[in-house]
Design a binder for this molecule. Structure first.
Ligand code: HEM
Length: 188
């Protein structure tokens, strides 16, 4: 018995000595300790309720020129983000982590994302009006499939106007929206 204790004491002493002699081992022990701590803590934690970001008021239905769309890239005070797909403009603010500044699809924020979506390019930045006329059938089908996803998840705000096209008058539709903080009705 006593022999066993001595043996085990020796074993642990040796183990501690072994570990503390190598900085790599110390680092690994620290890493394990942190991971174990995190696992234990995550089990103990009462699931914390993350306050969702307050939703912005719904945008009044309206059409946008490419230029007007540009300011809705999430950098305005209210952080609203709009994206055009296949000629329609969607309010993607609730997907700001994707399309807002620093997001993986930030190149689409405040722009027409159709070409990027069609060509699976997250870096395609469409700046002027793009009539997409050079896209092939497969690419156009892809744009339409993407649009169906946007339609399901996000609010449709209006149309993307072709150069010279007049905006639709939506005044007969319900107006439930006060002007949003960043939307002063002016282009900067
Ligand atoms: C390595 C390549 C990629 C990976 C790993 C990836 C990953 C993802 C993931 C995990 C989501 C779902 C996120 C969620 O719903 O929480 C997502 C959504 C999305 N991805 Fe990608 N993606 C990739 C490439 C692309 C490319 C090339 C495009 C552009 C054509 C793209 C466009 C999108 C869009 C538009 C969404 C929807 C975001 C939304 O819900 O509004 N992705 N991606």
């Amino acid at each position: 018995m006593a022999e066993n204790e001595a043996k085990s004491g020796g074993f642990f002493t040796n183990l501690v000595l072994e570990i503390t002699q190598s900085p790599l081992n110390i680092a690994l022990v620290c890493l394990i300790a942190v991971l174990v701590y995190k696992i234990i803590k995550s089990r103990q934690d009462v699931p914390t309720y993350r306050e969702p970001e307050p939703e912005l008021p719904k945008l009044k239905k309206r059409d946008f020129t490419v230029e007007e769309l540009k300011k809705y890239d999430g950098t305005q005070e209210d952080g609203r983000v709009l994206v055009a797909v296949n000629g329609n403009v969607y309010d993607v603010t609730k997907g700001k982590r994707f399309y807002g500044p620093g997001g993986p699809y930030a190149a689409f924020g405040g722009r027409d994302a159709s070409r990027g979506l069609a060509t699976f390019s997250v870096s395609t930045k469409t700046d002027g009006y793009d009539d997409l006329s050079d896209l092939n059938t497969m690419e156009m089908d892809s744009v339409k499939e993407w649009e169906a996803q946007f339609k399901e998840k996000y609010d449709l705000v209006g149309k993307l106007l072709k150069p010279g096209e007049q905006p639709t008058n939506y005044s007969d539709e319900e107006d439930e929206t006060p002007t949003a903080a960043g939307d002063k009705g002016k282009d900067d």
